[in-house]
Design a protein around this ligand. Structure first.
Ligand code: ADP
Ligand code: MG
Length: 300
């Protein structure tokens, strides 16, 4: 495309809320054959909420929630915020009556798995199945049943273990964006396939993928793993776009031929991307590819 055509298209994109950083991305987008979508905050709204809390030991709900809050309050993860908000409601009076706030010591973040620390000299772990398994916490049939029931219904479980035993768990839901399924189906009509990449577990990810009509899922993938999956396809000669919102997505946004960041996403993702979808609407993935096709094929 001529510099003028690129300038015109970039301006047109900007007026529609699709910020294209430079001609390179604009010229590459029409070649895209596969779009990788991050799950949380990209395909889903990204505002998780707790739908249930259960106890699996004889701890009181007050104690359980109080200790969970002390730990999760230190995490930036959206799931942690949902857990804290819900747990706060469950032990409000208990916390108000206490003279001192419960504090966590030795707080640690386990990326893509959860958090841990010491509360009142007791070890606490809050996170997913993987965190429990690497910490040698066995789940048992009752806990397994609760987790798989929720995962099949597209919910993510947060397990809380105290002193090496499961104390209780929370089920968290994060609804898919209303336009997600429509966008996936429209991309298919454009001969572009959609793939999901996420740090979340396979069962939950698969349930969400099904809701939006995505058949290929890469679950339990860490940030570099997301980028690796993209590089594998590029080696086969395919042009890949990545759509994401999190710090976790930045290596993949950089590795992809066209990285697209959700406008409401983190600064790190926006920085790493070639295209910013200002309205945070997934329809604009199509707007961007369409703009590129029209520019490259000189269609008006
Ligand atoms: P995503 O790709 O879904 O944004 P992350 O890599 O951030 O995933 O996290 C993967 C999984 O790790 C989450 O789905 C959740 O199960 C677990 N996890 C991470 N941080 C926390 C936390 N602070 N509290 C509970 N669970 C967590
Ligand atoms: Mg995300």
């Amino acid at each position: 495309a001529t510099p003028t055509a690129v300038m015109v298209a970039t301006g047109k994109g900007a007026s529609q809320g699709v910020l294209i950083k430079g001609g390179d991305a604009l010229e590459k987008a029409h070649k895209v054959k596969i779009v990788f979508f991050d799950k949380t905050g990209t395909l889903t709204i990204g505002k998780p909420a707790v739908v249930s809390a259960v106890l699996f030991s004889n701890i009181s709900m007050d104690e359980f929630c109080d200790m969970t809050i002390a730990t999760e309050a230190n995490s930036e993860h959206p799931i942690a915020k949902a857990v804290v908000e819900h747990a706060n409601k469950l032990c409000k009076t208990f916390r108000e009556q206490k003279e001192h706030h419960t504090e966590v010591k030795d707080f640690e973040v386990h990326a893509g798995a959860g958090v841990s620390g010491k509360v009142r000299e007791r070890t606490i772990l809050v996170g997913n199945r993987r965190l429990m398994s690497v910490s040698n916490v066995s789940l048992g049939p009752e806990v397994e049943a609760y987790i798989s029931e929720n995962e099949q219904n597209a919910r993510t479980c947060v397990i809380v273990a105290i002193d090496g035993r499961v104390a209780g768990a929370f089920a968290v839901t994060d609804p898919v964006k209303p336009e997600a399924a429509r966008v996936v189906s429209f991309l298919r009509k454009m001969n572009i396939s959609s793939v999901m990449v996420t740090g979340d577990n396979l069962a939950t990810a698969t349930a969400i993928a099904k809701e939006v009509g995505i058949q290929k899922v890469f679950a339990e993938t860490d940030p570099l793993g997301k980028a690796d999956k993209i590089k594998e396809l590029q080696l086969k000669g395919m042009a890949v776009a990545m759509v994401g919102d999190g710090i976790n997505d930045s290596p993949a946004l950089v590795a992809s031929d066209v990285g697209m960041a959700i406008g409401a996403g983190t600064d790190v993702a926006i920085e790493a991307a070639d295209v910013v979808l200002i309205k945070s609407n997934l329809e604009d993935v199509i707007t961007a590819i369409d703009l590129s096709r029209k520019t490259m094929f000189r269609i008006r």
